[in-house]
Design a protein around this ligand. Sequence first.
Ligand SMILES: [Zn+2]
Length: 203
Amino acid sequence: MSVEETAGQGGKEAMPEGRHEAVAKALIEAGSSFRFCPACASPRLISDRGRRWICPDCGFEYFHNVATAAGIVIIVGGRVLFLVRAREPALGRLALPGGFVEPGERAEDAALRECREELGWAPDSLEFLASYPNLYPYKGVPYATCDLYFRASAPGLDPDALDIDAGESSSVKLLELDDLAWDLVAFESTRRALRRHQRAPLA
Ligand SMILES: [Zn+2]
């Protein structure tokens, strides 16, 4: 499978097959984590690839759908703003401001809300960058997500003046992507979004 990408240099970016398999495998493994029907307590609950649960006794059906998350690549004088994660998953690794979209919320508003919550500040405007699939394991349950990435330029931002949410992040770092230790980046989807940004930097 490949996805036509319109920004940057154009052309096609192949979707690594292994990534899809990893997501599917993790969901199948999670299939056994729910044992009883939440409606009638039947122990005969059936998992369909960890994406759907069906109860043959009462007809209950539940879909473990893809969750939407949104994040922002904030560019400060040619460097990118990262948060060092203070919680699992990926404790101590680098992430972008962002989080899950809430019911009834636009992805743009979710990205800005999460940014405000995590930094005490948010940019005035955003530009859509790209979306990538991700796997977010939380307390033994894997969530397949679709992560939407936006970007914003904040040339005068002073990282020392930010009001960091200590429950989410331990510190802020402004880093050059050319020197980045990519394996310290928390999520595969973030690495792909940053590579995409590198190929088509903001004017
Ligand atoms: Zn049932």
